[in-house]
Design a protein. Structure first.
Length: 417
C-alpha cells in the first residue's frame, strides 16, 4: 500500500473515549454495577483490575479519570520506581488542596516489589491518590496483603468473540486510515480473527492493522498468516500457564486421555518448554499413579530423556505417549497421602531420636551407650516374624502411613486398565 498507517497504533487510536464506547465488561461496569454507581457518586475507591491482556484495564482506568475530572498519571511497574512515585505524590497533594482528585494507574503492579508497594499504603489510605493497579497475575499472590486489603479487586474477563468483532467493525468504519483506504475484510475474516485473538482486543486490532499494511482487501488466509501462533493465549509465567498445566494434571488424574492430549497440545503449540512438561509428568507418575502401576515412573522418565535427546518438535510424540499412558493408568494416591502424613509428623515432632538399636555404632563409646544393641539383621532369619522389631521413634510407634486411604496396603501393579 502506498500510504503508511498513522504511527499511533490502531489499538490506541480506537481506544474508547467515552463510557458509551466501552463495552464487553458489563459485569463490572454495566448499568447498576458497583463501579458505575461509584462513578455517579464521585466516590471511586482504590481498585485492582485483574484480567487477561487486552481486556480493557487501561481503557477503563482512563475513562474513570475522565468521569471524575481527575488527573490521570500512568506508570509502568517495569520502568517506574519510588523516585517517580514521590514526584506524583507531591503533585497529588497539591491537587488535593485544590479539591482535584489524582488517579495513579500502575500497570503490571505485580512487578513492583513489597517495599515499592508498601510506599503507596499511606497515600491510598488517606485518599491522596486513587490507586488503580492492573495485573494479569492473581493479586492474592502478586500484591502484598496490606495493599490488597485497602483496594477493591475487580475481575475483567477475556472479551467474547462477539465483542472483539464489534471492536474490529468499529475500526473499519471509523478509523481515518481504514476509511480513506477503503479497507475491507473477506467474509468470515472478522469472525476468525475475533476467535483467534483469544479475547485480546489489542491483539486483534494489531493483527488487523498488520493485515491492512499488506492489502486493502484482507483475506482469511492473510489473517491466518499474520496471526500464526500468536493467537494461542498462554503466558509461560502467568495465570494461563498455571491454568493449563492444572487442566492437564486433572485430566490425566480423571482418566480422560483425550482432554489430556488436548491440554498437552495447548502447551506445546504455544511454545512451552517440553522439559517443564516432562518434569510435571514425572511428578504425576508417583503422586497420582504411584504404586498402582510401577511402569508409570519409567515411562515418564523416558519421555524426559527423549526430550533432552531430540527436542521439539520431534519429542512431542514422546510426551503425547507418556501423557496418554498416565491418563489411562490405574491411580493410587497412597504414596502422596502417606508422605504428606510423614511431613506432618516431622513438622510436629521434628527431632525424634532414632531408636538405639537402629543407630550406627562405629566407636567403642557408641557401643558402650548401646548404639546398635539388639538390632536384628533380617536376612539371618528364616521366619520374618522372628525378625520383627520397631523401626519408628518412640512417639511415632504404630504409625501406618500407607494405610491413610485404605486398610490394605496398595499392591504394586503394571495394569493400565
Amino acid at each position: 500500500m502506498t500510504e503508511h498507517i498513522n504511527h499511533i497504533p490502531l489499538a490506541e487510536r480506537m481506544r474508547p473515549k467515552t463510557v458509551d464506547e466501552f463495552f464487553g465488561q458489563e459485569k463490572i461496569f454495566g448499568e447498576g454495577s458497583f463501579l458505575r454507581e461509584a462513578v455517579r457518586q464521585g466516590s471511586v475507591p482504590s481498585l485492582l483490575f485483574w484480567g487477561p491482556p487486552g481486556s480493557g484495564k487501561t481503557t477503563l482506568a482512563r475513562l474513570l479519570a475522565g468521569e471524575l475530572s481527575a488527573q490521570f498519571v500512568q506508570f509502568s511497574a517495569v520502568s517506574s520506581g519510588k523516585k517517580d512515585l514521590q514526584v506524583v505524590l507531591e503533585q497529588a497533594k497539591e491537587n488535593r488542596a485544590a479539591e482535584k482528585q489524582t488517579i495513579l494507574f500502575l500497570d503490571e503492579i505485580h512487578r513492583w516489589n513489597k517495599a515499592q508497594q508498601d510506599a503507596l499504603l499511606p497515600y491510598v489510605e488517606n485518599g491522596t491518590i486513587i490507586l488503580i493497579g492492573a495485573t494479569t497475575e492473581n493479586p492474592s499472590f502478586s500484591v502484598n496483603s496490606a495493599l490488597l486489603s485497602r483496594t477493591r479487586v475487580l475481575v475483567l474477563e477475556k472479551l467474547a468473540p462477539g465483542v472483539i468483532k464489534r471492536v474490529l467493525n468499529r475500526a473499519l468504519k471509523e478509523d481515518t486510515f481504514f476509511v480513506k483506504q477503503k479497507v475491507t475484510v473477506e467474509e468470515g475474516g472478522l469472525a476468525f480473527l475475533a476467535e483467534a485473538s483469544g479475547g485480546d482486543a489489542r491483539q486483534a486490532l494489531s493483527a488487523l492493522e498488520a493485515c491492512a499494511m499488506r492489502a486493502k482487501k484482507i483475506s482469511v488466509a492473510l489473517i491466518e498468516e499474520v496471526m500464526a501462533r500468536s493467537h494461542l493465549l498462554y503466558d509461560k509465567g502467568g495465570e494461563w500457564h498455571y491454568d493449563v498445566i492444572s487442566a492437564l494434571h486433572k485430566s490425566m488424574r480423571g482418566g480422560d486421555a483425550d482432554a489430556s492430549l488436548y491440554y498437552l497440545g495447548r502447551m506445546l503449540e504455544a511454545g512451552e518448554d517440553p522439559l517443564y512438561v516432562a518434569r510435571r509428568l514425572i511428578r504425576f507418575a508417583s503422586e497420582d499413579v504411584g504404586l498402582a502401576n510401577s511402569f508409570a515412573l519409567p515411562q515418564a522418565v523416558a519421555a524426559m530423556e527423549a526430550c533432552k535427546h531430540i527436542g521439539m518438535p520431534e519429542c512431542e510424540m514422546n510426551l503425547a505417549q507418556a501423557v496418554v499412558y498416565l491418563a489411562l493408568s490405574k491411580k493410587s494416591s497412597a504414596l502422596y497421602m502417606g508422605y504428606g502424613a510423614v511431613k506432618a509428623d516431622i513438622a510436629q515432632f521434628p527431632n525424634e531420636p532414632v531408636p538405639l538399636h537402629l543407630r550406627n555404632a562405629p566407636t567403642k563409646l557408641m557401643k558402650s551407650l548401646d548404639y546398635g544393641k539388639g538390632y536384628k539383621y533380617t536376612p539371618d532369619f528364616k521366619d520374618t516374624k522372628e525378625a520383627a522389631q520397631e523401626y519408628l521413634p518412640e512417639r511415632l510407634r504404630g504409625r501406618k502411613y500407607l494405610d491413610i486411604l485404605d486398610k490394605d496396603k496398595p499392591s504394586v501393579s503394571n495394569d493400565l486398565s
